[in-house]
Design a protein around this ligand. Structure first.
Ligand code: URA
Length: 251
């Protein structure tokens, strides 16, 4: 069934899995490092030892996902940036500040969502004193995939929001184009009831220096996409967070 909910287009798809599941020839894998558990905390601790690809060599630490394991909505970005690498938390730098603002605009409390990345180590190259972000390649994204699969299995979100095309291509294959499919809520995937791809906040920030109209449009559309995705779920974590207060009130 295709339809329109809260201004968001819903498209039902039949998917057996990502078209890129096999991965590029010779790609490594995090699989031997991923423990059999549904505990995000245990996964996060094990990920610190991951040597599934070479990215660990230049990174300060693994940046694992963060947020309640009961979250109904999972956000998936590309890879940690400079600040995230230093602090060990996803989306805490400039892109995270814009994500926070967009979540606030959309009425979504960040504390109630799970935020992670397709790749868990920061890939960078030196430029003077700065560490410049380098896009992870297909082999690195493939190698890191078992961590994302384990997080999805542990959190079991109702909705996955892909921030940018790297995350979207993990689920929809490398032919996915954000320009064509941004803001479309897809159903019928094995990972979550619904998956939506929207802008990466860094991409929105980069628009700032260019065409004013493009930036304004993206800045408005970004929280609307988030609100559309979140309007279809009940925040289980919200209920869970309220529970202790209700119990305290009853005493
Ligand atoms: N960009 C990402 O994709 N993820 C982060 O955690 C930070 C910046």
């Amino acid at each position: 069934m295709n339809g329109l909910t809260h201004g968001i287009r819903i498209v039902a798809k039949k998917h057996a899995g990502s078209p890129d599941d096999a991965g590029p020839a010779g790609a490594g894998s995090a699989a031997p490092f991923v423990p059999e558990t549904r505990s995000v905390r245990t996964l996060a601790a094990a990920a610190q030892q991951c040597r599934g690809c070479d990215l660990y060599k230049n990174a300060t630490q693994v940046v694992f996902g963060a947020g309640p394991s009961t979250a109904s909505v999972m956000f998936v970005g590309e890879q940690p940036g400079d600040q995230e690498d230093r602090q060990g938390e996803p989306f805490v730098g400039p892109a995270g500040a814009l994500l926070d603002k967009a979540l606030e605009d959309a009425g979504i409390p960040r504390a109630h969502v799970y935020v992670t990345n397709a790749v868990k180590h920061f890939k960078w190259e030196p430029r003077g004193k700065r560490r410049l972000h380098v896009k992870p390649n297909a082999a690195e994204i493939h190698a890191c995939r078992p961590w994302l699969d384990a997080e999805i299995e542990a959190v079991r979100p109702e909705v996955i929001v892909c921030l940018g095309s790297t995350a979207a291509q993990v689920f929809f294959g490398r032919s996915f184009r954000l320009t064509k499919s941004r803001g479309v809520l897809e159903e019928g995937h094995p990972w979550a009831r619904r998956i939506l791809a929207t802008f990466h906040p860094s991409a929105v920030l980069r628009m700032k220096g260019g065409d004013d109209h493009e930036y304004t449009r993206a800045r408005r559309a970004f929280p609307l996409d988030l609100a559309g995705a979140a309007s279809l779920v009940k925040f289980a974590s919200e209920r869970a967070l309220r529970r202790p207060r209700r119990r305290a009130a009853a005493l």
